[in-house]
Design a protein around this ligand. Structure first.
Ligand code: GLP
Length: 260
């Protein structure tokens, strides 16, 4: 895993946007895996800015989002579909029929999850997957104890994730208990993965992900097995890494042809 430590959240967002820009420049028909939460907000702002400046073209891209709350319609302001519309899709030239998110109001969740997996496969698989990380080490909504080979399915949120996400809903009671999320196995099949983390609240999860044992107790730790995964973090999220100086040294000595 490549660990890139940037001075602040803005630099994290810019580095990630540069990698997405390069991906779309290399392959205009890229299949992008997208994430929600507060972490990628600056990244989406930067991507929109680059699109407006004529550097990023979504005309031929396809997207699949990681997850959605069960019970929320796409019009609910806290749904991830609404989040994506507001922060990216309404501001760039994405084709609506190329946008995919799990449907939180589907009548048959298992069938819908299988269909979602089929759609990813038919699109050719995910070229570049963006991830955040939960304070308990979850990716997507794959909470601790999730099977490391799981596929898209229903999950029940932990009380900790409910508490973490209550800030978006106003109260814990309003946070849905269930979600549909791509599985850990689904995420691992993406050809390239970029994980973003910012702030001291993520430092423990980041250290466990990068330097801890691979375990379902920290679902993000399976990314140690991914052949092409970059973790981009700010200084605050890097404070518990044992080998931070080595990661900085590697980045500083990176050959030019590997840079975005
Ligand atoms: C949510 C999302 C994840 C996200 C994580 C961290 O539960 N399902 O995709 O990475 O929590 O959220 P935040 O970026 O707001 O800290």
């Amino acid at each position: 895993m490549e660990v890139i430590i940037k001075p602040d959240p803005e630099a994290v967002s810019k580095e990630a946007a540069a990698l997405f820009q390069r991906q779309l420049a290399l392959k205009s028909t890229s299949v992008l895996g997208l994430a929600t939460g507060s972490t990628p907000l600056g990244f989406y702002r930067e991507l929109v800015r680059r699109h407006r400046d004529g550097h990023v073209d979504f005309a031929h891209a396809t997207t699949f989002n990681l997850d959605e709350y069960v019970g929320l319609s796409g019009d609910h302001p806290m749904s991830y579909r609404a989040f994506m519309r507001e922060h990216l899709f309404a501001q760039v030239n994405m084709r609506p029929d190329h946008v995919h998110l799990p449907d939180g109001q589907t009548e048959d969740i298992p069938v819908h999850c299988e269909d979602y997996e089929d759609e990813i496969r038919h699109a050719g698989g995910i070229d570049l997957q963006l991830l955040g990380i939960g304070s308990d080490g979850h990716i997507g909504f794959n909470e601790p104890s999730s099977s490391l080979s799981s596929r898209t399915r229903l999950k029940t949120l932990t009380p900790r994730t409910i508490a973490d996400n209550a800030r978006f809903f106003g109260s814990e009671a309003d946070v849905p208990r269930h979600v549909i999320t791509m599985g850990v196995g689904t995420i691992m099949e993406a050809r390239q993965v970029i994980v973003l983390a910012m702030g001291a609240g993520k430092a423990t999860a980041v250290a466990a992900m990068v330097e801890g044992a691979i375990t379902a107790s920290v679902p993000a730790s399976i990314l140690q097995m991914h052949p092409k995964c970059a973790l981009i973090i700010d200084e605050a999220a890097a404070t518990q890494l044992q080998r931070a100086d080595y990661y900085r040294w590697v980045y500083d000595h990176k050959p030019h042809w590997q840079r975005p």
